[in-house]
Design a binder for this molecule. Structure first.
Ligand SMILES: [Zn+2]
Length: 402
């Protein structure tokens, strides 16, 4: 197709519509609750947003980092999904171990290890195949919250899980965003609901760290419109939006979480995804100061850290004893749906390049179009002493490894 460049420039100069048309192809139209109307399609420039794949013309240094400089503990992976007492394994150890060996990953922590018989199966499958290379967390039985005696039962249940080999407890964003009173239609259960207090206390008493995911990126709470920086991502996953309906705001969710942290100072929390607030490192720093019982992990958020590299480097240097390496990795084929999380060599190479080099303007995920937002990232070039802690030592301390 030919575009008359002069007409095009004239249109731009006259304040015409922007370069790109957001269009979602033949898929169902995106929900646009309260969105400002999309700009009218400029004639002569029918380039849909999803077809825009600009190639950087920068001539800058590129370093491929095939192995991490120090052995790695990936504290945030999903090697199975659980439902009730069943787990669905996403890969066999024989598919995971070669990547671990090539990438210098000493240990992977499978956070979604489930409970009961499923937990036992997850532990047997991975830890049994390669002792020391895998660790497993258990998950609470949220759906039983309405049952009499749940609070104490849940506290006892994590103790049983610890005896079965669980090394910590994982909290998905189910808590705060999906779990409802009395089934699907009731009000959302709050993160600081006192019925969970015995659970958090038990974790503290048993020395089980709690890896907690609360809320989601800020943009998931704003309208899916042309101002939304995660327009592509929400277009691909419209159900990830928590805008409108009866969801609390991002700030309300984080405030409820913080009240819970404050009530359980003896429980150790690993606050995933950079404290679930990677867009706002000042706020994350404030929380680290307020809650000495918390550390953060960087999984699936190098896209946020890497576009604010100076702030991110200062943050990690300052809290070098409280930042853990994690990727949120999910093995393919499931992981292919989330390129920023797909378990494969390229994913780890990107993380290592981000942490170790000062390379500029590179992709944060192995994907043609940046999946979380259309930007690129800059390496932090962390000093060796900091790398060693972030890659390994901080997680080893949390997990009680020698
Ligand atoms: Zn995760």
């Amino acid at each position: 197709m030919s575009i008359d460049r002069r007409q095009w420039l004239a249109r731009l100069a006259a304040g015409g519509a922007g370069l790109l048309l957001p269009r979602r192809g033949s898929a169902a139209p995106m929900p646009r609750p309260h969105a400002a109307p999309a700009p009218p399609a400029p004639e002569g420039c029918p380039l849909p947003l999803q077809d825009f794949q600009p190639r950087s013309m920068l001539h800058v240094a590129e370093h491929k980092v095939e192995r991490a400089r120090f052995p790695v503990i990936d504290i945030h992976t999903h090697l199975c999904w659980s439902k009730g007492e069943e787990v669905t394994l996403l890969a066999a150890p024989s598919q995971i171990l070669p990547v671990m060996d090539r990438k210098n990953i000493r240990t992977m922590v499978n956070l979604t290890g489930g409970r009961g018989a499923g937990l036992a199966q997850a532990i047997r499958t991975f830890e049994g195949a390669a002792p020391g290379r895998f660790l497993t967390f258990t998950e609470p039985s949220w759906a039983r919250i309405g049952e009499a005696g749940y609070p104490q039962w849940q506290a006892d249940e994590v103790e049983r899980a610890k005896k079965a080999g669980a090394r910590g407890v994982k909290v998905l964003k189910t808590l705060g965003l999906f779990l409802r009173e009395g089934g699907a239609t009731g009000p959302l259960v709050k993160i600081d609901d006192p019925r969970f207090d015995p659970l958090w206390d038990a974790c503290g008493r048993l020395g089980l760290p709690v890896a907690i995911h609360v809320s989601d990126p800020e943009a998931f709470f704003t309208p899916i419109d042309r101002f939304n920086e995660r327009y592509d991502e929400l277009g691909n996953h419209p159900d990830w939006s928590f805008h409108d309906r009866d969801f609390p705001s991002n700030a309300e969710l984080l405030a409820a979480r913080n009240r819970m942290f404050a009530r359980h100072p003896k429980t150790q929390f690993i606050v995933l995804h950079v404290g679930n607030n990677a867009e706002n490192l000042a706020a994350v720093s404030e929380n680290l100061e307020r809650f000495p019982n918390t550390v953060v992990e960087i999984g699936a958020r190098i896209g946020e850290l890497g576009r604010q590299p100076r702030t991110a480097r200062r943050f990690i240097e300052k809290y070098q004893d409280r930042v853990l390496f994690g990727t949120d990795a999910v093995p393919p084929p499931d992981g292919d749906n989330y390129p920023q999380q797909v378990f494969k060599d390229e994913l780890y190479e990107i993380y290592y390049r981000f942490l170790e080099t000062e390379d500029e303007y590179f992709d944060y995920a192995p994907a043609v179009v940046p999946p979380q937002g259309r930007w690129r990232i800059y390496g932090l070039g962390l000093p060796e002493a900091v790398l060693r802690k972030v890659y390994h030592d901080n997680a080893a301390r949390m997990l009680g490894l020698t």
